[in-house]
Design a binder for this molecule. Structure first.
Ligand code: GDP
Ligand code: IMO
Ligand code: MG
Length: 443
């Protein structure tokens, strides 16, 4: 069977922690979109791992697959694999031959375009990893795929077509100088070499075939979504979004496993008990202005600084219309709610229960970001819960949570229309209360 893990908000909901928890029952952990813009944290017995590209199942020694929907920077991949090996792990990662390669010029172009857009405040605040430009080339049918690296002649043909175009964009459109990232011979040498390494280490696969065969043999697949629903290219707050589909449909198109198979499995939305945002754009429930101190407190307590870029994350109250939208877009069968411990001990706990848009009450997100920016949150107040010994609560289970925290969780579950599968009360694997293991719900 399959279990798909999806970010319900703006990324960084703690997906890595749940992939690690439920990865215990998985045979293979599969990324289906995104690239090294992701930063997923796993904490096991106090030991912290931050993963950008290697699927989070690596900490438990599971086979990892980067599906065809991913964009792969081979430099980052090899660096991350080396770092994990230095820490005593033995990661086994396979890369889809249909996945697209992030080339050095994509990163340069990411930076140039963000800079150009910043004059009009239209920059997305990207991670600078070249994600958008790589997906652009994929859709523009001028991308370089992992399979192309294995054939030096094909690689040369692809580079000779695309690199002069990229060079022209930099020089003629932006009036800048194109550096070594745009040198066909140097690129060919480096990336043909990467192809030889991928081949020698037997790292490439036909992802759909590989996963389909494993499923036929009874394997459990865990699909690890990166980013989150509100930064999905289709369902998010365009243009302040990433360039892929973190929503559950991406698990099918991004791996070659059919939607009926993904749909027969479980789809779990990961929810942070408040909002955090690393990028730009509106945020109706943002804690700013006179709430700045509260935001600072939550940011420090929750360690809300970007895993990839180190940027301080913006903080807001939970946005419930955003969650209703996420639950529908992915068809959540369950949710996991993280960071309940971070909200403990506050004087007030609020959520945006609905929006007021020019006097009209909205239960879900409007389709344009400009309308979303005009939404005033209709806040609902909850009784705050006290600081407690979270390790003890995690040991004892759900019933040991403070009453007020359970009221908050019940409300969330009702509004989203999905049961609670897990509750995070701290970053460590041992600090997640599991109510349901989705792999044990196979019909
Ligand atoms: P991801 O991108 O969704 O995997 O999330 P990140 O790893 O970027 O950010 C989540 C951060 O919160 C990490 O530092 C996690 O270790 C931490 N974390 C996850 N769950 C909890 C939780 O329930 N409580 C607290 N305090 N931290 C958590
Ligand atoms: P994980 O998997 C939070 C945001 C960026 C920016 C927008 C586009 O750790 O949850 P990109 O580099 O993807 O072109 O940037 O998306 N973003 C994330 N925000 N968590 C992430 O990943 C993100 N990946 C991208 O900040 O606003
Ligand atoms: Mg993250």
């Amino acid at each position: 069977m399959t279990v798909t893990i999806v970010g319900s908000q703006l990324g960084d909901e703690g997906k890595g922690a749940l992939v690690d928890l439920w990865g215990g029952n998985a045979d293979i952990v599969v990324r289906y979109q995104g690239g090294d813009n992701a930063g997923h944290t796993v904490v096991e017995g106090g030991e912290e791992y931050k993963l950008s590209l290697v699927p989070s199942g690596a900490i438990r020694g599971k086979v990892g697959v980067l599906g065809n929907g991913c964009v792969v920077n081979p430099r980052t991949l090899f660096d991350e694999l080396d770092t994990l090996r230095d820490r005593g792990l033995d990661p086994d990662v396979r890369v889809a031959r249909r996945a697209h390669v992030i080339m050095p010029y994509h990163r340069v172009l990411d930076g140039i375009e963000e800079e150009a857009k910043s004059d009009d405040d239209l920059e997305a605040g990207t991670t600078g990893r070249g994600i958008g430009p790589t997906y652009e080339d994929k859709v523009g049918r001028r991308g370089i795929r992992v399979g192309d690296l294995l054939d030096p002649d094909v690689l040369r043909d692809r580079l000779e077509y695309v690199v002069p175009q990229k060079r022209a964009v930099v020089e003629d459109v932006f009036g800048m100088e194109a550096g070594e990232e745009f040198d066909i011979d140097a690129l060919h040498e480096e990336f043909a070499d990467i192809g030889r390494r991928l081949d020698a280490e037997d790292m490439t696969v036909n992802a759909g075939d590989f996963l389909g065969t494993e499923l036929d043999d009874g394997a459990n697949l865990l699909f690890e979504g990166a980013q989150g629903t509100s930064i999905d290219i289709d369902h998010g707050i365009y243009p302040y979004v990433t360039s892929s589909n973190p929503t559950a449909g991406g698990a099918s198109t991004g791996t070659g496993v059919g939607p009926t198979v993904v749909g027969q499995g479980e789809v779990v939305g990961i929810v942070k008990a408040y909002l955090s945002r690393v990028g730009t754009g509106p945020l109706p429930t943002e804690l700013d202005g006179e709430d700045e101190d509260l935001a600072d407190y939550i940011r420090e307590k929750g360690g809300e600084f970007g895993t990839v870029t180190g940027r301080p994350r913006r903080i807001g109250w939970l946005d419930v219309p955003m969650l209703r939208h996420a639950a529908r877009a992915s068809g959540f069968t369950g949710i996991a709610v993280n960071h309940l411990d971070v909200l403990a001990g506050l004087d007030e706990v609020k959520v945006g229960d609905a929006y007021d848009l020019n006097g009209e009450r909205l239960e879900t997100m409007p389709a344009t970001t400009e309308r979303w920016a005009e939404c005033e949150p209709i806040l609902k107040e909850f009784e705050p819960w006290p600081e407690v010994d979270w390790a003890a609560v995690a040991d004892e289970g759900y019933d040991a949570l403070p009453d007020a925290a359970r009221t908050y969780l019940d409300y969330l579950s009702d509004e989203v229309g999905a049961p609670i599968y897990a509750v995070g009360v701290g970053p460590d694997r041992a600090e997640t209360i599991e109510l349901v293991d989705p792999f044990e719900r196979d019909a």
